[in-house]
Design a protein around this ligand. Structure first.
Ligand SMILES: Cc1cc2nc3c(=O)[nH]c(=O)nc-3n(C[C@H](O)[C@H](O)[C@H](O)COP(=O)(O)OP(=O)(O)OC[C@H]3O[C@@H](n4cnc5c(N)ncnc54)[C@H](O)[C@@H]3O)c2cc1C
Length: 271
């Protein structure tokens, strides 16, 4: 992708929506990368009764409203999972599946990841463990790979890997997994049984924010931010549940607004 966005927002809930609306009000170009709405915490809420200006409504309704508002604001909404944010001097590259987007700053509004990392997942990431079949599949052509995941995306990725000539071991269930190996991952352990593999594709809905940006500081259960929602990485801001408690919509929206205003200040200083 050639276009350079002013801000790339990662997330699609209250924090991301507030950030996108403010950015657009300030005339900034914004790309919002968001997983499918049904993956957010909000989707599970039966009824929200403490969000100002809106009558009681279900989390599902509110999630869809946020997405619609993002699109109507003129921000570009891409549905997908951001896999990494790579600082490149005065800009950032954001990988979404096999696509790549460029932005001059980034707002992390990715909520909280409840899924724990499997033992070995972090250690072997990039050395036999991958989060993206379209990006890394070709490296495993003619080899044996395992695909772990419970969503539709895991099945699609397993089918894709098979179509390019991989032997695929499918683990479409939750459970205790462990990745083992030496220099590279070579074994997947599931339910006490060892499976010899050349690669392991772990297809989750979210990627922990700590894994998204290299060197990002984390404290007391959230991304470390100051009152302007600046992280320790210049040009990267964070808002909402991913900065820690309280996990509340109004707090998430407020932080999204502050993060967007701070991103505007940051961009003004770059010019
Ligand atoms: C059952 C339940 C009931 C609740 N009830 C209330 C209530 O009554 N009142 C209240 O104020 N709060 C309530 N909450 C809390 C509220 O839902 C959260 O505080 C709020 O949704 C946080 O907003 P957010 O934008 O920070 O994150 P989220 O709403 O979690 O949005 C983050 C989005 O980013 C996506 N994402 C994550 N990683 C990536 C990635 N790598 N790439 C792309 N997208 C990504 C996620 O899938 C998600 O869609 C409730 C929560 C739950 C679970």
């Amino acid at each position: 992708m050639d276009q350079m966005y002013d801000v790339i927002v990662i997330g699609g809930g209250a924090a991301a929506c507030a950030a996108a609306l403010t950015l657009r009000n300030r005339g900034k170009s914004a790309l919002v990368v968001a997983n499918r709405p049904e993956t957010s915490s909000l989707w599970k809420a039966e009824q929200i009764t403490n969000y100002p200006g809106l009558p009681a409504m279900s989390g599902e309704e509110m999630s869809l409203l946020f997405r619609r508002q993002i699109e109507e604001s003129g921000a570009v909404l891409v549905t997908g999972r951001a896999l990494s944010v790579l600082p490149m001097g005065d800009s950032f590259g954001v990988a979404v599946g096999s696509d790549y987007y460029m932005g001059r700053s980034v707002i992390l509004a990715a909520g909280i990841t409840r899924e724990k990392l499997y033992p070995g997942e972090s250690e072997f990431l990039g050395r036999g463990v991958s989060y993206c079949a379209t990006c890394d599949g070709m490296l495993y052509r003619g080899k044996t790979v395992a695909v772990i995941g419970t969503g539709g995306e895991a099945k699609e990725d397993a089918d894709f890997l098979e179509s390019i000539g991989c032997t695929v071991l499918r683990f479409f269930r939750n459970g205790k997994f462990e990745v083992k190996g030496g220099l590279k991952a070579d074994t997947l352990v599931f339910a006490g049984e060892e499976h010899k593999v050349d690669g392991v594709f772990i297809i989750k809905d979210t990627v922990s924010v700590t894994k998204l940006v290299p060197g990002l500081e984390y404290e007391q259960g959230g991304v470390a931010v100051d009152r302007q929602m600046r992280t320790n990485v210049p040009g990267v801001f964070a808002a909402g549940d991913c900065t820690g408690k309280p996990f509340q919509l109004a707090k998430a929206a407020g932080e999204g607004n502050v993060a967007a205003l701070s991103a505007c200040d940051y961009l003004a200083k770059l010019e």
